[in-house]
Design a protein around this ligand. Structure first.
Ligand SMILES: [Fe+2]
Length: 315
């Protein structure tokens, strides 16, 4: 097999075709697909024909799939815990009108990397489109490897060994969710390197995101200014592109080599049904079950966002 790869930017993102993802893949096909991801950071596959089962089966070629907390006493739209709901729909398939829940989801429109607030990091996310709004609702991607490569050497030296605390609630606060600094600080955080090495390519990336709150050992105002400077740097036009979806399209991104954000759309008017699987970075399956349940239990207490109990958001 030889994939057809059309770069989107010279160093980042590619439209990929030439393989039927609904069929079992042999070792050589899997290798080529993974290598293409490593090289380009974001891959777009159009009109895949995948359903939930196929989405899960294909995603497993990249590693262990994270699972959302088990649904107890609440209805869910999906029967598989490997499918994270990135839609604007409730469990009955109706458009969410709950203002607090909408505000919570608005955090996904800030530049971020999925699950950087978890100690066990997410490597790949695979987002499959079932319904797309007629206007807006793109996903934007930023090339955090090339952004790192292009930094002045003095900045590379300054940030090389820094660590950053990430919190889901930091990005929700930035998006306008009513939280105080004390609320964010009292909830779990994960400590991550600011410069992320990528073993498969030898490259490094800027591991920054809206979830990033403070740089360890640095005064808050100084650390937050530096994080903002790096996010602004990595989201300059030469590092950024967007993807428009049709049903069946799937985008795969490497969270350790990119940032992304959801584009605006009229979420009270248009349905947007997107479903995501996420791959855990290099963790053996036997210890890789669902820390999300613990995280949200510790973060939310009664598990309520908005007026009803909700599953873990796809953030
Ligand atoms: Fe995301």
């Amino acid at each position: 097999m030889s994939l057809t790869v059309k770069p989107i930017l010279p160093r980042f993102g590619a439209e990929v075709s030439g393989v039927d993802l609904t069929k079992p893949l042999d070792a050589a096909q899997r290798r080529e697909i993974v290598d293409t991801m490593d090289k380009w950071g974001v891959n777009v596959y159009r009109n895949t024909g995948l359903n939930d089962e196929g989405h899960i089966a294909f995603s497993q070629i990249f590693g262990y799939l994270e699972r959302a907390p088990a649904a107890t006493g609440r209805k869910t739209r999906h029967k598989y815990r490997e499918i994270f709901d990135a839609s604007n729909l409730d469990a009955d398939g109706n458009i969410i009108q709950d203002e607090m829940l909408m505000l919570h989801k608005k955090g996904d429109q800030l530049w971020h990397t999925d699950s950087s607030f978890m100690e066990m990091r997410t490597s790949y996310s695979l987002l499959l489109c079932y319904e797309a709004p007629p206007e807006g609702g793109h996903t934007w991607f930023a090339d955090t490897r090339s952004a790192y490569d292009d930094l002045p050497q003095a900045m590379k030296d300054r940030i090389e060994h820094l660590e950053v605390e990430h919190s889901l609630w930091e990005s929700r606060k930035k998006a306008g969710f009513p939280l105080t600094d004390e609320d964010v600080d009292s909830r779990p955080k994960a400590r991550q390197p600011l410069v992320m090495p990528q073993a498969s390519t030898g490259r490094k990336s800027l591991y920054v995101a809206a979830h990033a709150r403070d740089i360890v050992g640095m005064p808050s105002d100084e650390g937050r200014a530096l994080l903002k400077e790096l996010i602004d740097w990595a989201t300059q036009p030469q590092y950024v592109f967007s993807v428009k979806y049709e049903p069946g399209d799937m985008v795969i991104w490497d969270n350790l080599a990119s940032m992304h954000r959801g584009g605006e759309y009229d979420s009270k008017k248009y349905r947007r049904d997107m479903r995501r699987t996420t791959v855990r970075e290099g963790t053996p399956p036997e210890i890789a079950d669902d820390p999300f349940a613990e995280y949200f239990k510790a973060s939310l207490g009664n598990g309520v966002i908005g007026s009803k109990p909700q599953p873990a958001p796809a953030a």
